[in-house]
Design a protein around this ligand. Structure first.
Ligand code: ME8
Length: 645
């Protein structure tokens, strides 16, 4: 039985449609999977979608879909993209899958039984956008990841005793030095863990869209406890766990290298073998993000220049592990220089010479000894580079081999040798042609993980009818080309592309695709006119300043008995005692959601009694006729008592 190799990409959030960042990781994972298959491993590659949480709930609402409908659509976009980009995904796991729910609950119960979780109450600064509590942050601090203001949140949570795992984790990193790669990330993680770990909140009562905590009506699992477990639920019952490799972006290394092994140690379950975190793809040297609107998508690129051009460019241009810039110009330039001119040209030149000078039949080896040596060195270098995720370095070695062969062809000038009647010249011609063709064969075997479709075309042009043989480990040796084999039909592989029209076309398609995806995942549709209440009669500024609007913070909140609509709130607006306010928002907000929240208050409204409670003001909220209210809030932090003018 062949050895198993199990690798994963992150499971991607469905609040944004797939973009080139997701594609980058998934293409790299596909490369590793194909390389491992070539080495004879029985490989499984898992990806999927991360579908729970407040952000997704909100995104669904903004396009008037239920969370389930919404996640079905966006998850489908991911699956479809990977298919169209020819990425060999073996398992696609969604966190909404019932089998996954069972696994998350089992992990929780295992941790609980072994005494690693407890229930507590938590007040902290929370970033709604990143779904993260920000450790050590004070009220109003921005989120360190996205820069948005954090919100103060108090709620009952289950906690995982992460603080107890510091020594065990440090021992893991010491015992398995390549558990986290590259080393820069390992050092960061170790420094972080040495700084001490705080217990981790793993459930929420304020969110509905999530996996229920066993035995707890109100709690659902919080994002990481849920998401990370996908790596196991994706291969449940398959005897695949532990994973050999989690391939991820650097921003989630902490979750994979600290939380995940800690959860598994707590449960007594086996740990993954390696976490490799690559860098960010930047656009215009800036981080890509949905809010900035500078996301680049892969499918428009594929339409113009092909998925393999993109794949080659990403793997060649960016040092895996470091940040790198994506540019349309650099993509086309790299395609033209390396694929059209470099590889494509060598293949077509070689095959056309064999066709013209040797009637399309491959000559016998062993070929030029110097080039054979260079080829052996290149095989070693590429092998080592792929194994250590240094794809760019591997490709660089391979292209120096191609240049050496180009040079040999120019030096030996087959077009002159063919005219000579000397047997020595004819032998030299055979040697040159064999060297060129064998280099093409060997290089395309080494390139298969990066260019699976184009290399299959090259093998067919070389006359191989069974491409499988060329992806076997023993194909990676000089001298395999069968003498006497007739070439297959030849044709262009990488036609040259004109830079500017190609870039213009990609940008044009990109804008179209962006509009399509925005409609799917998140620009609120324009309100229908009929639903908008008519405007109130005009007022003057003097009328307006009569209304005293203040920033208040909710100190406590509870439902009003006997009413589905009303919440009874205590709100601090900076006065000596908090205000009692009764607000008709209970259908839209739970008391837990209101705690700590900053709201706008009409502070000089005459008090009035609602259900026997005197309400000393009104909360400002927006709604259309017959729809639930949405509270007015502040994007930046504002002090309690500030006046709205
Ligand atoms: O973090 N450059 O999902 P996500 C390079 N659901 N890679 C990028 C990138 C960029 N600009 N942008 C995204 C999540 N990526 C969680 C993961 S795993 C149990 C849960 C890639 O949709 C990169 O792999 O935000 C990064 O880690 C991942 O997409 C984040 O995807």
């Amino acid at each position: 039985m062949s050895k198993k190799y199990y690798l994963t990409t992150p499971i991607y959030y469905v609040n944004a449609a797939p973009h080139i960042g997701h594609t980058y990781t998934t293409m790299a994972a596909d490369l590793v999977a194909r390389w491992k298959k070539m080495q004879g491993y029985d490989v499984v590659l898992t990806t999927g979608t991360d579908e729970h949480g407040q952000k997704i709930e909100r995104a669904a609402k903004s396009v008037k879909k239920s969370p389930q409908e919404f996640t079905d659509i966006v998850s489908g976009e991911f699956r479809d993209s990977w298919q169209r980009l020819n990425l060999g995904i073996d398992r696609f796991k969604r966190t909404t899958d019932p089998e996954h729910h069972k696994k998350v609950q089992a992990l929780f119960l295992a941790c609980k039984e072994r005494g690693h979780v407890y229930k507590g109450s938590f007040t902290g600064q929370y970033c709604v956008s990143c779904e993260l509590y920000v450790n050590d942050a004070n009220q109003g601090d921005p989120c360190p990841d996205c820069g948005r203001p954090t919100e103060t949140v108090t709620e009952e949570n289950y906690f995982f005793k992460l603080s107890a795992f510091q020594d065990k984790l440090l021992k893991l990193y010491e015992d398995q030095p390549d558990f986290i790669q590259p080393d820069t990330r390992r050092n960061e993680v170790m420094a972080f863990v040495k700084g001490g770990l705080k217990d981790l909140s793993i459930s929420r009562t304020s969110i509905k869209w999530g996996i229920p905590v066993p035995g707890e009506e109100k709690h659902v699992f919080y994002v990481w406890f849920d998401a990370l477990t996908t790596y196991m639920s994706a291969v449940e019952g398959e005897d695949r766990w532990p994973a050999d490799l989690h391939l991820i972006g650097k921003e989630i290394v902490r979750f994979h290298a600290i939380y995940w092994p800690a959860f598994l140690i707590a449960a007594g379950w086996p740990l993954p073998r390696k976490v490799f975190a690559h860098g960010f793809l930047l656009f215009g040297n800036e981080k890509m993000s949905k809010t900035k609107g500078n996301l680049v998508r892969a499918l428009p690129i594929q339409e113009v220049i092909g998925a393999e051009a993109l794949r080659y460019y990403l793997m060649r241009e960016v040092t895996f592990g470091q940040d790198g810039n994506f540019s349309y110009d650099a993509l086309v330039t790299r395609y033209n220089s390396d694929l059209a001119n470099g590889l494509g040209n060598l293949v077509s030149r070689t095959l056309s010479m064999i066709t013209q000078y040797r009637k399309g039949v491959l000559p016998a080896g062993p070929g030029n000894a110097e080039v054979a040596d260079l080829a052996r060195t290149a095989i070693g270098a590429v092998r080592e580079a792929y194994e250590s995720f240094q794809f760019s370095r591997g490709l660089e070695s391979l292209w120096s081999l191609l240049s050496a062969v180009d040079k040999l062809i120019v030096e030996n000038a087959p077009w002159k040798l063919v005219k000579s009647a000397e047997p020595a010249d004819q032998a030299k011609l055979d040697e040159t042609l064999y060297t060129a063709a064998e280099t093409v064969r060997l290089a395309s075997s080494l390139l298969y993980p990066v260019l699976p479709e184009s290399t299959a075309k090259i093998w067919a042009q070389l006359g191989f009818t069974s491409p499988v043989a060329q992806v076997a480990a023993d194909a990676l040796d000089w001298g395999q080309l069968p003498a006497g084999q007739a070439l297959g039909a030849t044709g262009p592989l990488f036609p040259r592309i004109e830079l500017q029209p190609a870039v213009d076309k990609m940008v044009e398609l990109e804008l179209k695709d962006k509009a399509r995806q925005d409609a799917l995942v998140g620009k609120a549709p324009v309100a229908e006119a009929s639903n908008i209440a008519p405007l109130a009669p005009q007022i003057t500024i003097d009328d307006f300043v009569k209304v005293d609007l203040r920033v208040g913070q909710v100190l406590s909140a509870e439902r009003v008995k006997g009413s589905d609509k009303l919440l009874h709130l205590q709100i601090d607006i900076g006065e000596a005692t908090p205000r009692t306010i009764v607000a008709g928002i209970a259908e839209a907000y739970t008391p837990e959601q209101m705690l700590g929240r900053k709201v706008a208050i009409v502070a000089n409204l005459a008090p009035r009694k609602l259900k026997g409670i005197e309400s000393q003001g009104m909360i400002v909220a927006a709604s259309r006729e017959g729809e639930k209210p949405t509270l007015a809030g502040f994007l930046e932090d504002v002090p309690v008592g500030a006046r709205l003018k």
